[in-house]
Design a protein around this ligand. Sequence first.
Ligand SMILES: *Cc1c(COP(=O)(O)O)cnc(C)c1O
Length: 434
Amino acid sequence: MNYGENLKKQYERLGICKDVYEFGCRIEERLKERFLALDQTAEFNQMKVIAAMQKKKVSAECFQQSSGYGYNDFGRDTLEAVYAECFCGEDALVRPQITCGTHALALALMSNLRPGDELLSPVGKPYDTLESVIGIRPAKGSLAEYGITYRQVDLKEDGSFDYEGIRRAIHEKTKLVTIQRSKGYAVRPTLSVARIKELISFIKQIKPDVICMTDNCYGEFVEESEPLEAGADLIVGSLIKNPGGGLAPIGGYIVGKKECVENAAFRLTSPGLGKEVGASLGIMQSFYQGLFLAPTVVNAALKGAIFAAGIYEQLGFDVFPGAAESRHDIIQSVTFHHPKAMRAFCEGIQAAAPVDSYVTPEPWAMPGYDSDVIMAAGAFVQGSSIELSADGPLKEPYSVYFQGGLTYPHAKFGILMSLQKLYEQNLVNKDRMC
Ligand SMILES: *Cc1c(COP(=O)(O)O)cnc(C)c1O
């Protein structure tokens, strides 16, 4: 079989041996139909973004920079209108002053909850960094310190919602329900927009005025609809993940009900000031252009994730989701049960990067996480996980979470390089590579 001699040579120059390359080609061949379906979603979402930009009359003027207070920042205000339109919200807050996803989530929670209110997570433990925000792990300035209580209902063994438990957990103090779309570092399925809709309808039946917030990190543009269309009041995410398209150098967003977004704006800046202040300092073009590219960047990341699943599934490792399973975020986990293999995988991702390819990732005690974390990323934007990256807590079961890739060829190369590292260290069963 001829897998493209020129391409094979190119990969060889980059350190991918013939066996690894040809194995990759065979796996890729099987994924053709999956990829076609993903291309259709990307096309749909590309049109959605263009339609929003046209409707809100994005112009070259939007890219001009403001400084100081940032009053009447036309580019910033138009971008927020574009986000609201694109994600089907009444209003949006999209700011470089929101430093990351955790900050955006903390902002949405702290501004919409008051002392005496209760926060409910009906989908189990939230993302690690939110434990400090909520006060599950004691932390200065947590919701708990302000007298905001927290209740959690875990998913059932099979991943389904514990409707009875949820019904019992909702009472007069329940003010806000947080629903994390992506599995994050947890072992549970990521929620589809359809499942989020089911959950929200159930909750609103019990308590119509409760605020339903979705942590939308890693979920944007994976499907053709978004959680606000499924009844959520608020969606929150990071611009150095999906919606920033790899170009946004910082930022977070909150989109949804006008009142909820307003609350967040008054918390981000100051009561009385809200959305009126906040200079955009010349980064507006990257926000617009990043959003414009986001649907195809997410498409590349999804293809990379499925390719990784295909490769490691064939090699006998536990992958989640499986190569043939439906997916609702860009994260792929591979479980190695072996620290060496986990490190080799990360070394490969690092070695395939356009930036910092010559360094070796080492585990470290990252703030907000309760065990050492290993991270591989050679990103243009520091820590950006829409760029090709892999990370995971260095503890049993030694699962890496792999995500991103601004282009599919880069994602593919990263996966091949990860396999190359395992192959060289005899950490894979070579018989399975036929
Ligand atoms: C990444 C992520 C966060 C936190 O975002 P940071 O930008 O890392 O602070 C929160 N929730 C989920 C589901 C995430 O994936």
